[in-house]
Ligand binder design. Structure first.
Ligand code: UD2
Ligand code: MN
Length: 457
């Protein structure tokens, strides 16, 4: 942004160590990252670059890499994990070896832009409990060209605990008085690119070393920062590009699903209180995954006297995909046909379905929220014309076509804007519900049931 170019930062900004972990990274992308850090960081602020090799299997990442980095004009150290440990424990090893006042983590396929570092360090200098992320620009994995990312999205997550970008809400625009060059308070970080005061990283408990390979650590540290008294920001004057890859270039020993589910369970159990149920209900099977011992992380939460997840939802992420207040979380069953609303694994902008009830959660989990939305994950039932169809759109929090009035006596679900009632399937498509003038028939009656979770919890 033009007005970022004329901002003036203090001279005596803290020094940073840049920690880059990698497993089987390509030479070109790794060195693009390293050279861009060296070329585009003021020398006095750059303490060192620490490359942590997570037991890569490629020869060029051994001696050739060590010989190459020796010739660079900034200290670059290569340290190695003895065995494949995953990005979380690799970053911990890099952090432990670092000497700068700030630690900046980067993925191994990035490009820092001119002026990327000063705005990050300035925020930490102003408040050491502020953790900062640059805007992540997109480097194409086909052409490696550089494309600007948006300053109008921030980090969130869905019920499955996938990190997602969502529009920066109006309240956050208002707080910044419309000045897009001011940092955005973000509920979560993407995970790979951020700066944190080195001592503060220790104080708030670094990372959960019980997490393996990949995933979950980004939401874990985001929740922890906010719940334990810190602030997490996207600094919109700082840009770093990242290669978003279509497929993972490495293996997940033990299975991708197993590992991610385990990491996610650890963060849900420690940080999310009763709201973990949204994750468990929509992901049948996840509750069977063993997540190991979390007592030290629970102890950390206790020691730091961190706030409950409900506080986080209320104060940090009021537009969260997980509703803070809700009437039901479970199936929505038609009284006449005994069938249930079902998202049929369909996507955004498609019709919601209806199917035999299976009581297993997953695609048949809907929440009727205190805001009178009917949601399944980050999608809301939406009707934009008389007589339907009922589609699933990204929840917009503005009521409008996503406002439903449930009558607990008549059992009707009235779509307020059209003044019509949700009804059973039509004759021409038995797998989608309809919307018709309210007539008091049993086919317009719905039971909103709370699903009970399996005993294993
Ligand atoms: C995103 C983050 C990533 C991490 C991840 C969730 C961005 C841009 N990226 O996924 O940093 O937070 O979400 O866990 O925000 N690596 C290892 N050992 C492994 C696996 C990966 O060292 O076993 C390295 C890998 O070489 C890379 C970094 O960890 O440098 C992140 O991995 P990724 O690039 O595959 O993750 P990404 O960008 O899909
Ligand atoms: Mn990456």
């Amino acid at each position: 942004m033009e007005r970022c170019k004329t901002k003036v930062y203090p001279d005596n900004l803290p020094t940073t160590s840049v920690v880059i972990v990698f497993h089987n990274e390509a030479w070109s992308t790794l060195l693009r990252t390293v050279h861009s850090v060296i070329n585009r960081s003021p020398r006095q602020m750059l303490e060192e670059i620490i490359l942590v090799d997570d037991a890569s299997e490629r020869d060029f990442l051994k001696r050739p890499l060590e010989n190459y980095v020796k010739k660079l004009k900034v200290p670059v150290y290569v340290i190695r994990m003895e065995q494949r440990s995953g990005l979380i424990r690799a970053r911990l090893k890099g952090a432990a070896a670092s000497k700068g006042q700030v630690i900046t983590f980067l993925d191994a396929h990035c490009e820092c832009t001119v002026g990327w570092l000063e705005p990050l360090l300035a925020r930490i200098k102003a408040d050491r409990r502020t953790v900062v992320c640059p805007i992540i620009d997109v480097i194409s994995d086909d052409t490696f060209e550089y494309m600007a990312g948006s300053d109008m999205t921030y980090g969130g997550f869905n019920w499955k605990l996938n990190f997602r970008w969502y529009p920066v809400p109006q309240r956050e625009m208002d707080r910044r008085k419309g000045d897009r060059t001011l940092p955005v308070r973000t509920p979560t970080m993407a995970g790979g690119l951020f700066s944190i005061d080195r001592n503060y990283f220790q104080e708030i408990g670094t990372y959960d070393a019980g997490m393996d390979i990949w995933g979950g650590e980004n939401l874990e540290i985001s929740f922890r920062i906010w719940q334990c008294g810190g602030t997490l920001e996207i600094v919109t004057c700082s840009h770093v590009g990242h290669v978003f890859r279509k497929a993972t270039p490495y293996t997940f020993p033990g299975g991708t699903g197993q590992i991610i589910n385990k990491n996610n369970r650890r963060l849900a159990e420690v940080w999310m209180d009763e709201f973990k149920n949204f994750f468990y209900i929509i992901s049948p099977g996840v509750t069977k995954v063993d997540y190991g011992d979390i007592s030290s992380r629970a102890g950390l939460r206790q020691k730091l006297q961190c706030k409950p997840f409900s506080w986080y939802l209320e104060n940090v992420y009021p537009d969260s995909q997980i509703p803070r207040h809700y009437f039901s979380l479970g199936e929505i069953r038609n009284v006449e046909t005994n069938q249930c609303l079902d998202n049929m694994a369909r996507k955004e902008n498609e019709k919601v379905g209806i199917f035999n009830c299976h009581g297993m959660g997953g695609n048949q989990v809907f929440s009727y929220t205190a805001n009178k939305e009917i949601r399944t994950d980050d999608l809301c039932l939406d009707v934009s014309k008389l007589n339907g169809p009922v589609t699933m759109l990204k929840c917009h929090h503005l009521k409008g076509n996503q406002l439903w009035e449930y009558d607990p006596v008549k059992l009707t679900l009235l779509h307020v804007n059209s003044n019509q009632c949700l009804d059973k399937a039509t004759e021409d498509d038995s797998q989608v519900p309809s919307i018709r003038d309210c007539n008091g028939n049993r086919s317009q009656q719905w039971l909103l049931r709370n699903v009970t979770l399996p005993e294993t919890l």
